[in-house]
Design a protein around this ligand. Structure first.
Ligand code: BMP
Length: 212
């Protein structure tokens, strides 16, 4: 079954919780990123994880001992998965993997960003990053719904790894991504909508249709 993951990029704790509560029956997981964590505090991960599992999108990209500390804090606060930048290299990935194993958590490695800038430097490295992430035993990848051909190539390289795709909706990405992805990550198209439940339902239908 493919997943719908809501990116809760709000800056207000109460609003984030309100949306999370209102949509928890329609989404599989929540993803929280710096805007919410820096505004509401790290415990927000724990609060939201009472509704659905949380992916902590800290895009970890530091020297290994710092990457490990960041991951440890996320998992201690009940994150079930963390997002890591592949460009930081094998030592940083290994450090985070070691921590994640202690918590039975998952790590998702960013291949190239879905934005235009993602082509500029990361685009040249993303297949190598994907291969390395697979070789090291990472559970999944974050790959762009905005570049379907690249996504296809990434899928070819990793076959059985989980791929989650951001970029559908406001960034212009396509549901075609679900041909290769195990889940889509959607933020603004849902939480800024006049009726977030209607949009979430629509997205859920796309995901379900592509799951069969
Ligand atoms: P939106 O659907 O509002 O564009 O949000 C996309 C979410 O996915 C954001 O939280 C962003 O940080 C994340 N993301 C992305 O957009 N592209 C990537 O390549 C990697 C991401 O994590």
């Amino acid at each position: 079954m493919k997943e719908l993951i809501l990116a809760l990029d709000l800056e207000e704790r109460r609003m984030a919780l309100k949306i999370a509560e209102a949509l928890s029956d329609l989404v599989d997981r929540f993803k929280v990123n710096y805007p919410l964590i820096l505004s509401a505090g790290i415990r927000i991960i724990s609060e939201i994880s009472e509704l659905r599992p949380v992916i902590a999108d800290l895009k970890i990209a530091d020297v290994p001992h710092i990457s490990a500390k960041i991951a440890e804090i996320a998992f201690k606060n009940d994150a079930k998965a963390v997002i890591v930048h592949g460009f930081a290299g094998s030592d940083s990935l290994k450090a985070v993997l070691n921590v994640s194993r202690r918590y039975d958590g998952e790590i998702y490695v960013v291949t190239e960003l879905s934005s235009e800038g993602g082509r500029e430097f990361m685009g040249n490295l993303s297949l190598e990053i994907a291969k390395k992430a697979k070789e090291l035993g990472c559970q999944g990848l974050i790959a762009p719904a905005t570049r379907i051909e690249k996504l296809r190539l990434i899928k070819e390289v990793v076959s059985d790894m989980k791929i989650l795709c951001p970029g559908i909706g406001v960034q212009g990405g396509s549901f075609e991504a679900l041909k290769f992805a195990d889940g889509i990550i959607v933020g603004r198209s849902i939480y800024l909508a006049k009726n977030p439940r209607d949009v979430a339902k629509e997205m859920r239908e796309h995901v379900q249709t592509r799951s069969s």
